[in-house]
Design a binder for this molecule. Structure first.
Ligand code: ASP
Length: 264
């Protein structure tokens, strides 16, 4: 009999206001609806992130904060447990970067940056967006990237999207589009990280967390270990799942949510 256990987790980023949990819950519900319709984990994770990109309260999609020079540059990526990966970096002028990353999965060149990413998006008729140009919010120091991990009973998937850390220079790229840093999905689980991208990348965070799941460690144990890799001034948050369990935690406030249906 096919496994009908479905599970989805979403986060609104390390540093996001925990009072915005309703946004993470709505995104979980949208992803869970997709799982119920049989779309598979990848589509569910993408839909979860689209909901968060459209929310406006998180630093991704229409909520993306301006860079130090006033530009809005976004990174996004998706991965599934078949090893497929797609990513965009420093893309400008589009509403839902995660959809462009998803489209790139099927392309020969699965990661595009800057002008090339925008050209690819225009060629594929993605919705442009010019909403939040302007000056950087100097009072904003958080990150509030968004992410989602999903399991459809067979496959795992993970997706991330961000406007980058607050006030960062134009052209800066964090962990999000780097495979195994901000996210990883494999046959034993899925991991999505958030926080200071430079530290997340230096620790190869998502892949090393995944390896612990593969070795049979539980999600709660893995999170405690991972949080220890970071200094106090480095914000870090994680959502992750194995075939049997899931967990989420951050060393800052973090709006996040999880839903499961059926028996693992
Ligand atoms: N990790 C993201 C970055 O460094 C930001 C975040 O997750 O909050 O771009």
């Amino acid at each position: 009999m096919p496994n009908t256990y479905h599970c989805i987790l979403t986060h609104g980023g390390a540093g996001s206001d925990a009072a915005f949990r309703d946004g993470a819950e709505t995104a979980c519900r949208m992803g869970m609806d997709a799982l119920g319709q049989g779309t598979g984990a990848l589509e569910a994770a993408v839909r979860g992130v689209v909901a968060l990109e459209n929310d406006g309260r998180f630093n991704a999609g229409v909520g993306s904060r301006a860079r130090a020079d006033g530009s809005v540059q976004m990174d996004a990526c998706v991965m599934d447990s078949d090893g497929r990966f797609g990513a965009v970096a420093v893309i400008e002028g589009f509403r839902n970067p995660v959809l462009i990353a998803h489209k790139l999965m099927a392309s020969e060149h699965c990661m595009r940056a800057g002008r090339g990413a925008a050209e690819f998006a225009l060629e594929h008729d993605f919705e442009t967006w010019t909403g939040r140009k302007g000056t950087a919010d100097a009072s904003y120091e958080g990150s509030d990237t968004v992410g989602c991990v999903a399991f459809d009973g067979t496959r795992f998937a993970a997706a991330l999207s961000t406007g980058g850390t607050g006030g960062s220079p134009a052209g800066r790229v964090g962990d999000v589009p780097l495979l195994g840093c901000g996210l990883y999905a494999g046959p034993y689980g899925a991991v999505a990280a958030t926080g200071k991208g430079e530290a997340i990348a230096r620790n190869m965070t998502a892949f090393r967390a995944y390896q612990m799941l593969e070795e049979g460690m539980g999600p709660n144990f893995v999170i405690e270990e991972v949080l220890d890799w970071f200094e106090e001034d480095e914000d870090i948050g994680l959502i992750l799942m194995s075939r049997k369990a899931w967990a989420g935690q951050s060393n800052r406030s973090m709006a996040w949510s999880g839903l499961s249906e059926g028996e693992p």
